[in-house]
Design a protein around this ligand. Structure first.
Ligand code: XLS
Ligand code: MG
Length: 344
């Protein structure tokens, strides 16, 4: 078995003010640069971006102004010794994406989404990463009759193709999610995400990002989703977190609901050399709304600590003993061995 190489990343949105659909912010916001100053102390070296995390207000800026702003952010990253992991176009807040970005029924709105995606690529280049993440937030429907699913998939592929042609260096990672904000999305699982790449002319530049909670919302086991993607050589990033059942996307600290489920994610990643080609361990986690201002980044520290602890447990297992149990088909014994190892 191989061993993975692990370094950690998160996005500025993971340090947040605690607003939810039923209440306003519960904490003061922290300026972007101050957040950057917190990364190293929390044990993180990589920064994930939405395009407008890097260049706020980008819809109102010219291409060269966007480039200048992104350049300033690159300087800040260098100053703090941080590396950009990816940039993702935020295609779910603007009025023109109400009906979806690439799959909107309005031609003008689809054009906006593609234009915005190109600007996102420009920002990624300026920051110094070739990774573009597409979380296809509103590419779906509230009612089946509103859009044609064949046409919609083709439109997503067309948009991806335009981005891949626009910059021959970039690679796209699809972050699948079955619902929220939409009732149903067109790319609900990682199998869908990987297959989408095959419809482009550059399948070698299309991979995926798996978020634990998104797999759980689809009723799937995150570690098996990761295994499926790794078997295809397509797992280029992860968003580890946890989820208490099939409700809204909770982004709870990694392992905080189901430690064994978290353990199996760490184990499959490690045993297949995740990170040896530079892939990051992203933690897409949110602090509880109840957390006070000065302690509202502990969820990041905790998630990383739990990951490393589970890694230690996995690497410390007696593989010989386990192989014997497997050969004997005594999975009850194996079950107890794993449970005891987790509560030691
Ligand atoms: C939302 C997603 C989002 C992406 C980045 O559910 O997890 O945060 O990771 O666009
Ligand atoms: Mg995510």
């Amino acid at each position: 078995m191989k061993k993975g190489t692990f370094r950690f990343s998160f996005g500025p949105w993971n340090i947040h003010e605690g607003a939810d659909p039923f209440g306003p912010p519960a904490r003061d916001s922290i300026a972007f640069e101050k957040k950057l100053g917190m990364y190293k102390g929390l044990g993180f070296d990589g920064v994930q971006f939405h395009d407008d995390d890097a260049v706020p207000n980008m819809n109102n800026l010219t291409a060269s102004a966007i480039q200048n702003e992104a350049h300033k952010v690159k300087k800040l990253l260098d100053k703090h010794g941080l590396v950009p992991e990816f940039v993702a176009p935020r295609l779910w807040e603007d009025k023109r994406t109400i009906d979806g970005g690439y799959t909107s029924n309005s031609k003008a709105d689809r054009e906006y989404a593609i234009d915005r995606s190109k600007k996102c690529v420009d920002i990624a280049r300026e920051l110094g990463t070739r990774n573009i993440v597409l979380w296809l937030a509103r590419e779906g429907t509230y009612i089946r009759e509103a859009k044609d699913s064949v046409e919609s998939v083709k439109r997503i592929v067309e948009a991806m193709q335009i981005m891949l042609d626009y910059d021959k260096e970039i690679r796209i990672m699809i972050e699948s999610k079955p619902n929220e904000p939409m009732d149903h999305t067109y790319i609900p699982t990682i199998g869908h995400a990987i297959a989408l790449g095959l419809l482009t002319n550059a399948p070698d530049r299309v991979g995926c990002l798996i978020e634990s909670a998104h797999a759980l919302l689809a009723g799937l086991d995150p570690s098996d989703e990761m295994g499926y993607a790794m078997a295809h050589g397509k797992l280029w990033s992860v968003h580890l977190n946890d989820q208490n059942g099939m409700k809204f996307d909770q982004d709870k600290s990694f392992g905080s609901v189901d430690l064994r489920r978290a353990f199996n994610q760490v184990r499959i990643l490690d045993r297949h050399g995740y990170g040896n080609d530079g892939e990051w361990i992203g933690l897409d986690v949110k602090a509880m709304r109840t957390q006070k201002d000065d302690v509202a980044a502990k969820h990041l520290r905790n998630s990383r600590e739990i990951f490393l602890k589970l890694l230690e447990i996995s690497r410390g297992l007696d593989e010989k003993k386990m192989n014997k149990m497997i050969a004997d088909r005594d999975y009850e014994e194996l079950d107890l061995y794993i449970m005891k190892s987790l509560i030691k």
